[in-house]
Design a protein around this ligand. Structure first.
Ligand code: BGC
Length: 536
């Protein structure tokens, strides 16, 4: 037996100080998690391509006739936001599937639904059909976006879990970038291929993910929940790159089981609806109650959407066209997208070095400052001050508009390195196993719900024929980001470096503000031993 194996065996025997020993992270483990993060690509792509398609002349003429120059606000709202309606429902029900059939099978099922939705959308040639079929694809995206987070958080080693789930966000950004590139390439086509190619190509991402997942193991925590201990041992051995009988696997499995059994003992088991109600049990005042965790997950995703990020990704093409300051709005939105992709990898380091709490706190500060600067320049010399030249609206001060664009790019940098990945990382960590799949599903639905609301109302807020806020909409996003600062300070716990079971313990013992200083002091195996001694 190696020295490390002996140490691990002692830990299992003593039930204490589990954090001293854990299996070394292997390349195989990294490879599995990185592959799973691929799911982010079609989340990003599917939400990203629609902004470009809406600005295409062929598409505009197809929907509104040959003389139209832009879609009506109501049409734009519907097309953008309807995807989120499908995803909302998908994410909500996916948790049940994940608990029943397993995380992996549920993701594969999501890919299949998505492929069907994409085939239907590609074949559509009118607003009604396109919208209806986007709902089907949305259902698939909902399944995948919720359950990938669950799967990755459950298989990743604690030391790199934050970085790995941030990899999912990185893939979302690559998806958005790919969408921008494809729509840029097809925008001037004079046939239906201009919009059909960007829609149809997405099938490829779903195929790659579904086929790849067939070769990956199921989440060991799912097997523990199902009482299939031997399967859990084998799956854990595979994800850790260790022999299933090694002491590393023994120690980790013992802790996952003890934690689950502890929860079963303290939380009364009820029927199907009762188990949904369990997500809302306890009082809001206690950080360890399920209610508090569920509200935290739901609001984290809500606040992430309230930062206003999708305003930039969904509407910047259309929005920038309106100033006349930018000769090529497509290229401009491509630049925002590039900033998003290139900054996200920094979060892999931030999330493990500074932790989730500081990351969200300082990210919100950075975003608030940038958004207020954009809004203030807009009402003084920038975006909102225009004149007419013939039929075109032209900004009076092009340099001021350029400065606004630069601050929007810096704002994207802050989002991409903090709230973008941070919200996903945290929702994978804060729920106990008994409600994890539903908790993650509810939180992901909240992301899509708010995505839907923002996608729907934005054209009305900025449209010339409606509220016509122009760039003053950044006052709204800035104020909401300021709320994110207080939110992160009072409500977000630090979960860095802890196993999912230790996160549970930490939430039971301290408030979010004290969580960064909390250290694991006992294990669920240890607690179990103590309870046994006490009752003997
Ligand atoms: C958000 C998406 C957003 C994307 C931008 C994700 O974390 O949930 O709504 O479009 O980041 O990178």
């Amino acid at each position: 037996m190696s020295k490390q194996d002996v140490e691990a065996a002692e830990v299992v025997a003593s039930g204490d100080g589990l954090d001293r020993v854990e299996a070394p992270v292997t390349w195989r483990t990294y490879a599995m998690c990185v592959f799973a993060s691929f799911g982010g690509i079609f989340f990003g792509y599917d939400s990203g391509y629609i902004g470009g398609v809406q600005g295409m002349n062929y598409f505009i003429h197809m929907i509104d006739g040959p003389n139209a120059t832009a879609l009506k606000g109501s049409e734009s709202s519907l097309i953008v936001s309807i995807l989120s309606a499908g995803t909302f429902v998908g994410a909500l029900v996916a948790g049940d599937f994940a608990d029943y059939f397993g995380r992996r099978v549920t993701i594969i099922l999501g890919c299949l639904i998505f492929i069907i939705g994409v085939i239907l959308q590609t074949a559509s040639a009118g607003l009604g059909l396109l919208v209806g079929r986007r709902v089907v694809a949305g259902l698939g995206v909902g399944f995948v976006s919720a359950i990938i987070i669950l799967y990755m958080s459950e298989i990743a080693p604690k030391k790199v879990r934050g970085a790995i789930v941030s990899g999912y966000q990185f893939c979302i950004t690559i998806g958005i970038l790919l969408a921008a590139c494809v729509t840029y390439a097809t925008q001037n086509f004079t046939t239906s291929s201009s919009y059909r190619i960007p829609i149809g190509i997405q099938m490829l991402w779903a195929l790659i993910l579904a086929i790849g997942l067939m070769f990956l193991p199921e989440s060991p925590r799912y097997y523990v929940k199902k009482g299939k201990v031997e399967e859990a041992r084998i799956a854990l051995g595979r994800v850790r790159g260790q022999d299933p009988t090694s002491h590393y696997i023994e120690a980790e499995l013992a802790e996952i089981r003890a934690n689950h059994e502890y929860e079963l003992r303290v939380i009364p088991q009820t029927g199907y609806w009762g188990s949904w109600l369990m997500c809302f049990s306890g009082s809001f005042g206690s950080a360890s109650s399920n209610l508090r965790k569920t509200i935290l997950g739901i609001t984290l995703q809500m606040m992430q959407q309230w930062t206003g990020v999708n305003f930039v990704f969904y509407y910047s093409t259309v929005f920038l066209k309106g100033t006349g300051a930018i000769s090529n709005p497509f290229l401009m939105s491509l630049i925002f997208t590039l900033v998003n992709v290139l900054s996200t990898p920094l979060s892999f380091w931030f999330v493990e070095r500074f932790g989730r709490r500081s990351m969200l706190l300082w990210g919100a500060v950075g975003m608030t400052i940038c958004e207020f600067i954009v809004a203030i320049i807009g009402v003084t010399v920038g975006f909102n001050k225009t004149h007419m030249e013939g039929d075109a609206t032209i900004a009076n001060n092009i340099s001021a508009v350029n400065a606004q664009i630069a601050f929007i790019a810096i704002y994207i940098f802050f989002f991409a390195t903090t709230w973008g990945p941070g919200a996903w990382v945290l929702i994978g960590e804060i729920f106990p196993l008994s409600i994890r799949s539903r908790g993650v599903g509810l939180s992901t639905s909240s992301n899509w719900f708010w995505n839907f609301v923002i996608g729907y109302i934005t054209p009305y807020l900025v449209g010339v024929d409606h509220a016509n806020l122009q760039s003053s909409i950044f006052f709204l996003w800035g104020s909401l980001c300021a709320t994110c600062i207080a939110y992160a300070y009072f409500l977000v716990p630090e979960t860095k470096g802890l196993t999912l079971e230790q996160v549970d313990q930490m939430l039971n013992e301290v408030s979010p503000r004290k969580s960064a200083a909390w250290k694991p002091h006992t294990t669920f195996v240890g607690l179990e031993e103590k309870e046994k001694h006490a009752s003997a």
